[in-house]
Design a protein around this ligand. Structure first.
Ligand SMILES: Cc1cc2nc3c(=O)[nH]c(=O)nc-3n(C[C@H](O)[C@H](O)[C@H](O)COP(=O)(O)OP(=O)(O)OC[C@H]3O[C@@H](n4cnc5c(N)ncnc54)[C@H](O)[C@@H]3O)c2cc1C
Ligand code: SF4
Ligand code: SF4
Length: 939
């Protein structure tokens, strides 16, 4: 609950920003109190800003009231810089504009675009953005630039600092400066003479102090994100240039970044990769020192413990398990413009390190599949190590940098510190070509002795890196709160006081992310640890990295998968300990809608999660726990009488359909909406795309002895009950279209016996009715086993979600196909396809995404229609019946659909229920992809 000046702040801000985007309830503040670091701070208020006017209003009011603000992009920061106990300004939704400039040599990106999305826009130009953090799929431009994040290849040459062309920012007083716009710069020079003068004077002073400027230049020769980008003061003299570069790595403490224009870099197509195994880490480091001078783009080091963590991961070559106990691996990549140059590079590299003995023969591969599996070893190290920790412990990842010529020495000294402090689980890996090492270990911060040990260990690490090597304490993850106590130690008091002056010039009231980068508390890195208590096994390995958020339909509406886990952990911690029972009760109450009801249980989060956590499974388990025995019994009896249910659905839907025709859309819609509201959502919300009941299928029996190829067709209980919608009332039902297509392709259709009583069980299991789901699933499996003659004939289901459930539950014996996969494998080469002159839209439902059949769907649509728009989305949020009962999730999931499908005459998908929501939110009719194929192959 907000009180005092925060209440006043809220009141003022609510004049500029709608109340539904100003959150202060206990569940939201807890959920947003988490970033990927091991710290937690609970904000008083969360402000979801959608545009620059809202940011300006927020900053102005906060400045007047001296209220601290922290900006948040994807929240994947590791050093505690994206959290606050004051106001968290979340700039993610609404910050997605971009434009490719000058034939792809530049790209302008708003701060909420994820790094990988930016690169996807540049593929056709053969270019990419320079910064390449391992988190690029999740991290957003605002965070990438504000942290000066970097990764495997970009080093110090292609990071945000080096590749920024222009920036648009909002300063502490609400002023906007756009460095790409001359009039904005001219006006800024007039209105902000003092700020510009101050910063230019600082630059002149630094340049005049030779010792200091030499030190700054030297320190930025290696990767460094400790403190501010002081190189802006030595590299530039004009105030606007200095500001542009100081913003990089400023971690939200100097202003808000609205957008950035990057100079893009070439993304060479020709790549060769070698996983080189050395007998020990010292040999590997020595090889890196030589490789630094060769045409090498990346050299990633992994010690034996790091390799061990991923050696059993699917796709990782088997020989990795056999390497010796002290071995270390080096993943070396070289890239070139053409094949010839690539070969030359490989030979130069191989010769250069031939004198260093390897444990296994050194070979480069150009096979993209093998390259992907080798990269997997490196990319999965961090999350896998984090997941292997004991439940309840905290995964700590540090990020230091040695001068490359002393990498071997530094690495050995680091290992001896692990021994001294007894961290046997510690692993080392990192971007060795830049001298940048990450190390991970897992203390238990619920014990004071572990906190004390961690504090002493970090002191020793700092002394070693700074005093013995003059290295960087943070190479790429940003200073945050985690390294703030050591900034002065690393830089010295003169440089540190310059940093304080910078902060004073940009943020005189100290409202922008205070405590981050500069912090007077020498123990701030030992405070506010995030509890990661044991809760449920399926989510205990979660490190709260946030990689799953971009794949979730409810993110931005209620909770993201990470937030579901965070809140659940806290509820279960409070319940177990008996602490603050009223808070536990309040959280549970709010969680029932935000955590449970509005999860689509589609499991798309698992596709993005490095440790494959399916938060939907947690939700199903919790729903299951919430059911009474009576409800379980009812579900089981429904599952046992599916025949009656489907015929009831057919009658009910047809009654509604004809009633609507008689009463008219307006009256019927008003009554139906009223009933939905009056019953608190128990009566489904009607929309004009509701289908009428389907006609009952009368299975025909093929001549089983004939030689003609047979297909078992299982029309799902949904397509058996839901017929056509009003906008295609004259068309055949999808079950008839499917039957016709199979026969048109010269095959015979077998329907399983007792068809009307069959169901895949998804409708039950997704609601947590496990036993009812299993009952239905087992019955269907047996019927399909008989119909397919023990798997002799392929089995087709016309709904992707049902097919996915069947694939997950059944054994391998039955060969199962979803519609698009079936069509491309069994139908298209037997049919004569005539491309239709139409622009159509295509939506891959979540189960199609999980089964990786999107390519089949696209291929099929492109065979049938001239122009195909593939909708860029997660799950649509219809989630079986949730679209009827909780239509707001579907609305959120499809909020960008209309815009994306503009100009399309119709849409296609592979799930009848999803098609209802897709039609409603696009305004065009969505049907099964089989309708398209049928039309394109009609005589
Ligand atoms: C598993 C894992 C692997 C990682 N690998 C790497 C790696 O290889 N290299 C690397 O450098 N980092 C890595 N990171 C750290 C992190 O992902 C990056 O630093 C990333 O760039 C942060 O981006 P974000 O969108 O999550 O920003 P956030 O965490 O939301 O914010 C980062 C900082 O920027 C500020 N900020 C956010 N938006 C704005 C804005 N619009 N204007 C001004 N300030 C803003 C915030 O206040 C905060 O201080 C990794 C993290 C994880 C969890
Ligand atoms: S569920 Fe997976 S991706 Fe999501 S926060 Fe947890 S570990 Fe990260
Ligand atoms: S199952 Fe779907 S809706 Fe639920 S948390 Fe995962 S991605 Fe989000």
């Amino acid at each position: 609950m907000i009180t005092g000046k925060y209440q006043e702040f809220y009141n003022l801000l609510s004049k500029a920003i709608p109340a539904e985007r100003l959150l202060h309830d206990s569940l939201s503040t807890l959920a947003f109190g988490t970033d990927a670091s091991f710290y937690r701070l609970i904000p008083k208020l969360i402000v979801k800003v959608y545009n620059e006017e809202e940011v300006t209003a927020t900053i102005k009011i906060a400045s007047e009231m001296n209220i601290p603000l922290t900006f948040r992009a994807a929240g994947t920061s590791l050093s505690g810089q994206a959290i606050t106990d004051s106001v968290l300004v979340v700039a993610t939704h609404g910050w997605r504009d971009w434009s490719v400039l000058d034939s792809g040599t530049k790209i302008r990106l708003q701060s909420g675009i994820r790094g990988q999305q930016a690169n996807n826009r540049l593929v056709k130009y053969g270019r990419k953005i320079g910064p390449d953090p391992a988190s690029i799929d999740a991290a957003m431009i605002g965070g990438i630039a504000a942290n000066n994040a970097s990764g495997m290849c970009c080093g110090t040459a292609e990071n945000s600092y080096k590749t920024i062309a222009d920036i648009r920012i909002v300063l502490h007083d609400g002023t906007i400066l756009d460095t790409s716009d001359k009039s904005s710069c001219d006006s800024f020079r007039k209105t902000h003479k003092e700020l510009l003068g101050g910063i230019e004077k600082l630059s002149a002073r630094v340049k005049a102090d030779k010792e200091l400027s030499d030190r700054i230049i030297k320190k930025f020769k290696i990767k460094n994100t400790t403190g501010y980008s002081l190189n802006a003061l030595t590299d530039y003299s004009d105030g606007i240039d200095i500001i542009k570069h100081l913003m990089i790595g400023s971690e939200g403490t100097l202003g808000f970044i609205s957008d950035i224009t990057y100079n893009t870099v070439v993304d060479h197509k020709y790549k060769a990769l070698a996983l080189i195994i050395y007998p020990d880490i010292e040999s590997a480091c020595k090889a890196v020192q030589i490789l630094k001078k060769q045409p090498v783009n990346a050299a990633e080091i992994m010690d034996r413990a790091a390799v061990r963590s991923v050696q059993s991961t699917k796709g990782v070559p088997d020989y990795i398990k056999t390497i010796s106990e002290k071995a270390a691996a080096l993943l070396v990549e070289t890239r070139a413009e053409n094949e010839e140059l690539l070969k030359q590079n490989v030979s130069i590299i191989t010769d250069s390190i031939s004198s260093i003995i390897t444990e296994l023969p050194l070979t480069f591969t150009t096979d993209p599949k093998l390259q992907a599996s080798l990269w997997k070893i490196r990319k999965e190290t961090l999350p896998t190590v984090a997941a292997m920790r004991e439940s309840g412990t905290t995964p700590i990842i540090e990020d230091i940098c040695f001068p490359i010529e002393r990498l071997a020495e530094g690495t050995l000294q680091l290992q001896s510190l692990f021994e001294k402090y007894n961290y046997p689980e510690a692993v080392i890996f990192g971007h060795s070509l830049e001298g940048n090492l990450h190390f991970m270990f897992n203390p238990d911060f619920s014990k004071q002795e572990d906190i004390d040990k961690y504090g002493a260990f970090m002191d020793d690490i700092a002394k070693m890196v700074v005093n013995d090597y003059d290295g960087s304490l943070k190479a790429e993850h940003g200073t945050g709160r985690n390294m703030a106590p050591y900034v002065e130690m690393e830089w010295g008091s003169t440089a540190y006081s310059i940093m304080k002056e910078i902060k004073q010039i940009f943020d005189p009231k100290g409202i922008l992310n205070p405590g981050v980068i500069l912090n007077d508390d020498s123990e701030i890195h030992l405070k506010n640890f995030k509890p990661l208590p044991e809760s449920k096994e399926i989510v205990d390995k979660c490190m709260e990295c946030g990689f799953c958020e971009g794949g979730c339909v409810s993110e931005g509406f209620t909770l993201s998968p990470r937030q579901r886990i965070t809140v659940y952990r806290e509820i279960s911690r409070l319940e177990k300990s008996g602490e603050q029972p009223h808070i536990a009760a309040e959280l549970s109450k709010l969680y029932s809608y935000a955590g449970l009801d509005t999860c689509a249980t589609d499991g798309l989060c698992a596709l993005k999660c490095p440790v494959k956590i399916d938060t939907g499974k947690l939700v199903k388990e919790l729903r299951h726990e919430g059911h009474s025995q009576r409800a379980e019994k009812i579900a089981k009896s429904i599952a046992a009488s599916m025949g009656g249910v489907t015929s009831g659905m057919r009658i009910g839907l047809s009654s509604l359909y004809y009633l609507r025709l008689i009463t008219g859309k307006k009256l019927f819609g008003a009554v139906a909406t009223g009933m939905h509201k009056a019953t608190g959502g128990l009566v489904p919300l009607w929309n004009e795309y509701f289908p009428k009941g389907a006609t009952k299928i009368k299975p025909t029996h093929p001549n089983v002895s004939s030689d003609i190829q047979k297909v078992v067709y299982f029309p799902s209980c949904i397509t058996r009950s839901m017929g056509v919608s009003k906008e295609y009332a004259d068309a055949m039902e999808v079950t008839k279209v499917t039957d016709m297509l199979i026969k048109r392709a010269g095959m015979e259709v077998i329907y399983p016996n007792d068809l009307d009583s069959l169901c895949c069980g998804m409708a039950f299991s997704s609601k947590g009715f496990v036993e009812a789901g299993k009952l239905a699933s087992d019955k269907l499996e047996e019927a399909l086993r008989i119909a397919s003659e023990n798997g002799k004939h392929p089995v087709l289901c016309d709904m992707s979600p049902c097919l996915y459930t069947m694939k997950s539950n059944f054994g391998e014996r039955i060969k199962l196909y979803e519609p698009a996969e079936f069509a491309t494998q069994f139908l298209v080469d037997k049919l004569k396809i005539r491309k239709l002159n139409r622009k159509i839209s295509l939506f891959a439902v979540c189960s199609a995404k999980k089964m990786e059949v999107e390519e089949h769907l696209k291929k099929l649509a492109e065979l049938c229609a001239e122009e195909v728009v593939v909708i860029d989305s997660n799950c649509c949020g219809f989630a079986g019946d949730r679209g009827f009962l909780l239509p707001e999730l579907n609305k959120h999931g499809l909020r960008n659909l209309k815009e994306q499908s503009a100009g399309c005459s119709e849409g296609y998908a592979t799930s009848r229920t999803c098609e209802i929501g897709l039609s409603k939110h696009s305004g065009i009719s969505y049907k099964s992809i089989f309708y398209l194929l049928e039309e394109a192959t009609r005589e």
